[in-house]
Design a protein around this ligand. Sequence first.
Ligand SMILES: CC(C)(COP(=O)(O)OP(=O)(O)OC[C@H]1O[C@@H](n2cnc3c(N)ncnc32)[C@H](O)[C@@H]1OP(=O)(O)O)[C@@H](O)C(=O)NCCC(=O)NCCS
Length: 287
Amino acid sequence: MKVFTKNIKDIQPSQLYISKTKLLEVEKYLDSANIEDIEPLPIRKIGKYTFFTDGHTRAFALMKRGIEEVKVYWDEDDLDWVQYLVCVDWCNKEGIKSISDLKKRVVDDEDYKKLWYSRCDIMQERSVNDLDYYLDIRTVLEDNEKCNICELVLRALPDWFGIEESIKDYIIGVKDSVFLSVYIGEVPIGFLSVIEHNEFTSEIYVVGILKEFHRRGIGKRLIKATEDILVKQNKMFLTVKTLSSSHPDEGYRKTRGFYRTVGFYPLEEFPELWGKENPCLLMVKKL
Ligand SMILES: CC(C)(COP(=O)(O)OP(=O)(O)OC[C@H]1O[C@@H](n2cnc3c(N)ncnc32)[C@H](O)[C@@H]1OP(=O)(O)O)[C@@H](O)C(=O)NCCC(=O)NCCS
């Protein structure tokens, strides 16, 4: 665990209230503790947000003491990041952008349970049983937004998109594509870009979902939303080019598994289209 320091103002809360009881306990502890011994705070970066995953009360108490630089570490736990982003979105919508914005939200224990725990309980259950409630799939029309989302997502997926030149090509190439992005609140967490070849066929130009959100059915939803658009245009085929199974890459083995599940079939391998080291597989789905 690598510990480093960060300005407390640059860390977004993911909690809307502070419990007065817990704050008193933490303040009592801080009164007797050596500042150097205070445990670092866990943070995570998703998209443009760097947020606390825990330790809000400690952060708040440190802020009250005028401490600006706090010790932090990247939280690598496998947590439910959909739920965290919903909380970050709530905070944003209610103007809670840094820990000092919680000053007027220090509440009694009973209120804390009612206002925060109950709200989280409902959200947690809903995010498991009705994920669509928190997902927003939108067609993006504005070029800059397409490029920014594409860059943000591809750069967060180095196991799949590790070649700088091709990342740059995608960032420019998505401008001329139909571009669907999936958001939690205002945070884009993935996208799919599709280009038209002719009146019958379109191709997935590039698709990516942040790793924190894999295997939640979001890719499947993006494909479905894309197909709905293409079917209305009377398209008959959707194709995609991906790394062939003659390459041992583990990430792309998963990608091919995904494409097969959502109805694509391997059509032909092009061993040299992307150079000998990246054999290309063309897959197709009948719409
Ligand atoms: C490929 C990708 C878009 C899939 O998105 P996703 O949201 O993780 O996929 P879903 O959860 O919708 O998966 C739907 C089904 O596909 C299959 N599938 C998905 N990921 C799989 C994996 N890692 N291994 C095997 N099957 C997989 C499963 O059957 C899954 O359903 P299940 O979870 O109920 O079993 C996403 O993993 C991604 O961004 N990968 C990195 C970038 C990439 O590969 N881009 C494509 C370049 S050609």
